[in-house]
Design a protein around this ligand. Structure first.
Ligand SMILES: NC(=O)c1ccc[n+]([C@@H]2O[C@H](COP(=O)([O-])OP(=O)(O)OC[C@H]3O[C@@H](n4cnc5c(N)ncnc54)[C@H](O)[C@@H]3O)[C@@H](O)[C@H]2O)c1
Length: 304
């Protein structure tokens, strides 16, 4: 099978591309390199530098493709609050254009990188896929809007669709700026012996999923058809301040904490039920938090 990965030069995409190649798939990457890097793309994949809003480039990338893993998108929540139109244009319009190009060339299978953001502040924990969708920010709204388009394309054009709602991915790998993810920022501050920036005194509960486990889910769901939505998380909620303690334990020293106070719109707690994905394809998270953190710290030590 030949797979197109949009956004394959990004942090998560580069891991998915590597795993696809290791599993015997042919891979084409379409990325405009706005936040991704040429060197993130495995040499065995074909990189087409282009934008998902550009139909000519997108159709060129879709030649001979059996399925699309759609990861391209802007991902910075505060930026989406400041400029919702930019996020609508890039993410929603981009996705609809990609779907239209797929329809045009006759490719009808898509796996979409959605986010736990679609749930906003959840009513119940752990979060199941049938929980209400009410995103707290425009980034999450773009993900929810794309999910609705995917539902429609499944209904009227018979697309096979797998929506993966990621919880908090982390792991080794180069990320585009600004980096707003907690774990890389904590590790970088610790290694530089600078204070760790912590909102809410780290009382928020999150579900941190190691990048290899997350990437593997994309391969596992490729065999599915119809319309599917799955959470991808470890099912274990952990306080952000406990992540900081675990980092201190691994590096063997402590640095001060910079208390940044409360952040508006920050969800107090979210963690996944991934039982549905386990039942469908047998997937479950394998890498423990201490092991994942160790590997991530090692990466940042070597790539300061
Ligand atoms: N990192 C997370 O915490 C997280 C959580 C949930 C969901 N996701 C989703 O996973 C996907 C990948 O995220 P990531 O962390 O690897 O981000 P990333 O920024 O590293 O990767 C996104 C890639 O998409 C490319 N891109 C953006 N707009 C494009 C466009 N219009 N045309 C072509 N390429 C474009 C960027 O250059 C980048 O390489 C995104 O869709 C994101 O919303 C990420």
């Amino acid at each position: 099978m030949k797979i197109l990965v949009t956004g394959g030069a990004g942090f998560i995409g580069s891991h998915v591309v590597r795993l696809l190649l290791e599993s015997g798939y042919q891979v084409v990457v379409l990325d405009n390199l706005s936040h991704g890097f040429r060197q993130n793309v495995d040499k065995r994949a074909k990189l087409i530098v282009g934008d998902i809003r550009d139909s000519r480039k997108t159709k060129e990338a879709l030649k001979g493709i059996d399925a699309v893993i759609h990861m391209a998108g802007l991902i910075v929540v505060p930026e989406s609050v400041a400029d919702p139109v930019k996020y609508y244009d890039n993410n929603v319009l981009g996705a609809v254009n990609l779907l239209e190009c797929m329809r045009d060339v006759g490719c009808r299978k898509i796996i979409f990188s959605s986010s736990a953001c679609v749930y906003g502040t959840p009513d119940k924990l752990p979060i199941k896929e049938d929980a209400a969708v009410h995103p707290d920010n425009p980034y999450g709204a773009t993900k929810a809007a794309i999910e609705v388009y995917l539902q429609t394309y499944h209904q009227i054009f018979n697309f096979d669709t797998i929506i993966l709602r990621y919880f908090n991915p982390y792991g080794p790998g180069k990320m585009g700026k600004p980096i707003t993810h907690a774990i890389p920022n904590f590790i970088k501050a610790t290694l530089a012996k600078k204070p760790i920036p912590l909102y809410w005194k780290g009382e928020q509960i999150r579900d941190f999923i190691y990048i290899d486990d997350l990437a593997r889910a994309h391969i596992d769901v490729l065999k599915l058809s119809g319309f599917n939505i799955f959470n991808i998380g470890t099912e274990k909620g952990i306080k952000v301040k406990d992540i900081v303690e675990e980092i201190f334990k691994i590096v063997g020293f402590r640095v001060p904490i910079a208390d940044l106070g409360k952040r508006p719109g920050d969800v107090p707690a979210n963690y996944a039920s991934s039982a549905k994905l386990k039942k469908a394809v047998g997937w479950k998270a394998k890498v423990s938090l201490p092991e994942g953190l160790k590997r991530t710290i090692e990466y940042y030590k070597q790539n300061r």
